[in-house]
Design a protein around this ligand. Structure first.
Ligand code: GRF
Length: 202
């Protein structure tokens, strides 16, 4: 089986991206990050990629007439690197049905809460405001809804009374870094089977 090529889409810091790059580089995941794409020129994730000699592309949403057109440009880049897996890692855009169908079963996202609870862009704030006692992270395949799609891995952490968005976010991010790698490793080994809403680990 040939090595899995990965495309990672980021909008910000890219700490998850960094873990994926490092795991591929060290050989703990038998895959290679071939391209990093961002909708934000200033995304640190693009710098992280460049530092490792990985192709880094800024695709400006404003240059396109709509979401699908923007995604078509991203998709052309992804396909030019023959990527078998697309990882959304802090990518702050909702992808369209067109993009989801194109990469059906080979596009993943990570969310910093235990879905289906607390979807959206302010998960930690929402968890604290709700008074939840447990939070965590979810790696899932992407479908046409936001933070939806069959769940691959979830890991949890206790919410402390003293937690702020920042402290909870930091602990959850540590979980994310492990969970995303585990999900990608399983995918790269061909061990994830999607059946309806369920993901079976073979
Ligand atoms: C993570 O918390 C991820 O779950 C969310 O955005 C954040 C990205 O962090 N979708 P980073 O850019 O990987 O550091």
């Amino acid at each position: 089986m040939s090595k899995l090529n990965i495309a990672v889409l980021v909008s910000g810091s890219g700490s998850n991206l960094q873990c994926i790059i490092d795991a591929c580089e060290s050989g703990s995941i038998d895959a290679a990050v071939k391209i990093v794409i961002s909708d934000r020129q200033e995304a640190l994730g693009l710098e992280r990629a460049k530092k490792k000699g990985i192709r880094a592309e800024f695709v400006d949403f404003k240059s396109f007439s709509g979401r699908e057109e923007h995604e078509k440009a991203c998709s052309a880049l992804i396909d030019s690197e023959c990527c078998g897996l697309v990882c959304l890692a802090g990518y702050m855009r909702l992808v369209t049905g067109w993009f989801v169908r194109k990469y059906q079963g080979r596009i993943m996202n990570i969310h910093p809460a235990l879905l289906p609870a607390f979807p959206g862009a302010h998960a930690h704030r929402d968890v604290l405001a709700y008074g939840a006692k447990v939070s965590g992270c979810t790696v899932h395949f992407v479908d046409e809804e936001m933070d939806s799609g069959p769940i691959i891995i979830q890991t949890s952490v206790k919410v402390l009374e003293s937690d702020t968005e920042e402290t909870l976010g930091k602990r959850v991010l540590e979980l994310e870094h492990k969970a995303y790698l585990e999900a990608i490793k399983l995918f790269s080994e061909g061990r994830l089977e999607i059946s309806g809403r369920k993901v079976r680990v073979k």
